[in-house]
Write a protein that binds this ligand. Structure first.
Ligand code: UDX
Length: 459
C-alpha cells in the first residue's frame, strides 16, 4: 500500500451524497482518475458504509474512510429526508477535518475534495483546511439551470398553470416539464431547498464538473459557460460498456443494493434481439399501489417479454395473481447490474422513471426509452428525451395522475414497433455515437477530464 501511495503523486477525497443515483457518477468519475495516477479515498458515514456493497476491492488506489454518525438508514422512506440530510451533514462536518488532518503531515496528504453539488456546505470545510474543491453536478445542466434561476431569483415561482416558461438556452417548457419540485413546491420543501442551495457556494468552487456532454446540451452549456468556467465530463458510464474491447476491465463500485445479475443475463441470453422491455424506476421510487398495478398489467398486455426491477420495498404492491401470469415472458428481480442489462442485445427499450443516470446510461448504450417521470429532475429529463433528442417517448398521466395500462402499452409499442419506433432507434444510435465520441480520446468530455486530472496532479 505504501509503495503504491508513493508511486502516485496526488491523493484526493471524494464525497458522494449517499444515494445510489448520486454515488454512481462519483464512483465512475473516480474510476477514471485512478489510471491518471490519482489516489482516491471515498468518505461516507459509518452507518451508510454498513449498507454498502463494495466491488473491486483489489484496486489499491481507491479506498473508503468512514466518519462516525448516529444510526441513519438507507433512504427508502421519503419522509425521513430531513433527518437523513441533517444527520449526514452533522457527521461529515464533524469527521471530515479529522480525516484531512490525519494525513496532513504524512508523505501523502490530501490535495482536493470532489463533492456532490447537493452538499455545497462541504466547500467551506475544504477551504478552511487548505484543500481545493471540485463540485460534481449529477443532474443535467438544463435542470441545474432551473435551480440556478431560482437561487438567483430570476425565475418567477410558482409559475402559473398553463404558462410557457422561457429560460435562456432552454427549450420552451410547459409547467409539467419543469423539475416537479418547482411546480409542486409544497411536496418536498426540504429537497427543493437542497437543490436550490446547490448554487450557494458555486462561485467559490475551484472546479465545476457536470455529468453531461457538450453536444447533448449545447445551448444551455454555452449559456452557463459564459457565466462560469464549467467542465463537462460525461457521460460517466464506464468505458467497458461503450467499448466492448474493454469488457472485463475491472471497475470499482459502491452499491446500496445487491444485484441479481446472473439470473438476468441467463434469462436475457434466451431472448431474441431487441425483444425485451427492461423496466426500472431507479433506487428511490415509491409508486402508488394503483400505479404499480397499471404498470404490471400493461406489461402483460403489451405481449412483449420484460425484465422488471422491483425493489424489495415495492414488491408487496404487485398484483396478487401477477407472478402466475409471467411464465417465461417476464422476470422480476430486486436489483440488477443495469449497465450489463442495458448493453444486452435482447433489450429493445427501457421503461424508465428517467433518473439522470438511467437516462445517460440508456443514451450511451443506444437503448430507446419510454419515459414515465415520477418527480424531481425526471419530468425535465423526459421532455429532453422525447422532444429534444427524440430518443424515446413520454407517457401522459390521466386526470387522476395515474398512467393507465393502455397508455403504457401503447407507448411501449410506439418505441418497439413501426415507423416511429424505427425513427427513435435511428436517433438513439446517433446520440449513442455522440456520447461515445465525447468520452473517447480527444473528445470534448475526455479533454475536459484530462485537464481536470492534470490540474489535480499539479495541485
Ligand atoms: C436519483 C433521482 O431520482 C434522479 O432523478 C437523479 O437524477 C439522481 O438521483 P435514482 O432515482 O436512483 O436517482 O435514478 P437514477 O439517476 O437513474 O440512478 C439509478 C442508478 O442505479 C443508475 O446508475 C442505475 O444503473 C442503477 N441501477 C438501477 C442498478 O444498478 N440496478 C438496478 O436494478 C436499478
Amino acid at each position: 500500500m505504501e509503495t503504491q501511495e508513493r508511486a502516485t503523486s496526488t491523493h484526493i477525497l471524494a464525497i458522494p451524497f449517499p444515494l445510489q443515483g448520486h454515488m454512481n457518477p462519483m464512483v465512475q468519475l473516480c474510476n477514471r482518475l485512478v489510471p491518471k495516477g490519482i489516489h482516491v479515498t471515498f468518505v461516507t458515514t459509518a452507518s451508510i458504509c454498513t449498507s454498502l456493497q463494495i466491488q473491486g476491492g483489489s484496486n489499491l488506489m481507491i479506498n473508503v474512510e468512514t466518519v462516525p454518525d448516529s444510526a441513519i438508514d438507507v433512504v427508502e422512506d421519503l419522509d425521513i429526508y430531513e433527518t437523513f440530510i441533517r444527520s449526514f451533514r452533522a457527521a461529515i462536518s464533524r469527521g471530515l477535518p479529522d480525516i484531512i488532518m490525519k494525513k496532513r503531515n504524512s508523505s501523502f496528504p490530501f490535495k482536493a475534495v470532489v463533492y456532490d453539488s447537493v452538499i455545497p456546505w462541504i466547500l467551506d470545510i475544504v477551504h478552511e483546511n487548505g484543500l481545493k474543491g471540485a463540485v460534481l453536478f449529477t443532474q443535467p445542466c438544463a435542470v441545474c439551470s432551473v435551480f440556478y434561476h431560482m437561487h438567483q431569483g430570476t425565475l418567477e415561482i410558482p409559475p402559473d398553470e398553463g404558462s410557457e416558461i422561457s429560460l435562456p438556452g432552454m427549450p420552451v417548457l410547459r409547467l409539467k416539464d419543469l423539475p416537479s419540485l418547482v411546480y409542486d413546491m409544497s411536496s418536498y420543501p426540504t429537497l427543493l431547498r437542497l437543490l436550490v442551495e446547490q448554487f450557494s457556494t458555486f462561485e467559490k468552487a475551484d472546479w465545476r464538473l457536470f455529468n453531461t456532454f457538450d453536444r447533448l446540451e449545447e445551448e444551455i452549456l454555452k449559456w452557463m459557460a459564459n457565466k462560469y468556467p464549467i467542465r463537462t465530463i460525461g457521460p460517466t458510464v464506464p468505458s467497458m460498456y461503450t467499448d466492448k474491447r474493454l469488457l472485463g476491465n475491472y471497475d470499482y463500485g459502491l452499491s446500496l443494493f445487491k444485484p441479481n445479475t446472473d439470473s438476468c443475463m441467463k434469462w436475457l441470453d434466451e431472448k431474441e434481439d431487441r425483444s425485451v422491455i427492461y423496466v426500472s424506476f431507479g433506487s428511490l421510487a415509491d409508486l402508488a399501489d394503483k400505479q404499480m398495478k397499471e404498470v404490471a398489467w400493461s406489461l402483460i398486455d403489451s405481449k412483449f417479454s420484460f425484465l422488471w426491477v422491483v425493489r424489495n420495498t415495492e414488491e408487496s404492491k404487485l398484483p396478487k395473481d401477477f407472478t402466475s401470469e409471467l411464465h417465461d415472458n417476464g422476470l422480476i428481480v430486486n436489483w440488477c447490474s443495469q449497465l450489463e442489462v442495458l448493453s444486452h442485445r435482447a433489450v429493445g427499450c427501457f421503461l424508465t422513471h428517467g433518473g439522470w443516470n438511467s437516462t445517460m446510461e440508456a443514451l450511451s448504450l443506444g437503448v430507446p426509452m419510454v419515459a414515465m417521470p415520477l418527480w424531481v429532475d425526471q419530468t425535465t429529463n423526459a421532455k429532453l428525451v422525447a422532444d429534444v433528442w427524440q430518443i424515446g417517448v413520454r407517457v401522459e398521466a390521466d386526470e387522476n395522475g395515474i398512467v393507465t395500462r393502455e397508455e403504457i402499452a401503447a407507448r411501449v409499442k410506439d418505441v418497439m414497433q413501426g415507423e416511429r419506433g424505427l425513427e427513435i432507434r435511428r436517433n438513439a444510435v446517433k446520440w449513442k455515437d455522440m456520447a461515445i465520441e465525447a468520452i473517447s480520446e480527444g473528445g470534448s468530455s475526455d479533454k475536459n477530464f484530462t485537464e481536470f486530472a492534470m490540474e489535480l496532479l499539479s495541485t
